[in-house]
Design a binder for this molecule. Structure first.
Ligand SMILES: *Cc1c(COP(=O)(O)O)cnc(C)c1O
Length: 220
């Protein structure tokens, strides 16, 4: 799909589902994509990208930013504690705040660095053993704890289980975010971003629909 088609599908979904038009951020997920595909999307004027590995993001984005100017970079993959500083230096937003230890680390580094990316708390809506994220019932207290550390938590993020109807998870995340008083929702990928918008997504993470199939299999 072309970038234009994605934008127009997003706009159509915003209209159909009575969402504020132009309010959905399309994060172009460029993990493991060949450089020429990323450059093509940059050449079309898109400036919001997502990466799920810090090392990989570090190996391409500082150079691309030199050439193309400011780019808004979103970290959407699991964040190891020892990569926190680099993630905070590289990115504008981290979508995967998923444990107390990481929250404390970010808070300490934010003091030291004098800046902090916007944060989303990842919620394990399917309560899957192998998936990271805070369980739905503990999200409220975790968000409170983060806010009490002065962390800029702006929203919630989820990755629904592969074999379940995503709608249930989008609705659950929306519900939890309302209870927490948070404004933003990071949910929806190539296969279901329009559905996610219907449930109030403000940030959709779209990879293969923009760039084509990933050359290496995806790592989530
Ligand atoms: C890879 C990835 C995406 C994009 O997936 P597509 O199906 O290619 O759109 C979105 N979110 C996360 C967390 C990812 O790791």
């Amino acid at each position: 799909m072309s970038l234009k088609e994605i934008y127009s599908k997003v706009e159509k979904a915003e209209q159909v589902f009575s969402r504020p038009v132009g309010n959905t951020k399309v994060i172009a997920v460029s993990k493991v994509q060949p450089l020429e595909r990323i450059i093509s999307v940059l050449d079309q004027g898109h400036r919001i990208f997502g990466e799920n590995r810090i090392q990989e993001a570090h190996s391409k984005w500082p150079e691309l930013k030199e050439k193309y100017g400011e780019v808004e970079l979103h970290i959407i993959g699991p964040l190891q504690t020892n990569k926190t500083r680099l993630a905070m230096e590289l990115s504008n937003t981290i979508h995967t705040l998923d444990r107390q230890k990481l929250a404390k680390n970010i808070a300490r580094l934010a003091q030291e660095m004098g800046k902090c990316p916007d944060l989303f708390v990842q919620v394990n809506t399917g309560e899957e053993k192998q998936k990271s994220g805070i369980s739905p019932s503990e999200t409220g207290s975790f968000v409170k704890e983060c806010l009490s550390m002065d962390l800029p938590v702006k929203g919630l993020m989820c990755i629904p289980p592969i074999n379940e109807e995503a709608s249930l998870h989008f609705a659950l995340l929306k519900n939890i975010s309302e209870n927490c008083g948070l404004q933003f929702l990071s949910m929806g990928m190539s296969a279901d971003f329009e559905k996610a918008i219907s449930f109030g997504a403000t940030h959709v993470r779209v990879g293969s629909a923009i760039f084509g199939d990933r050359v290496r299999p995806s790592e989530q």
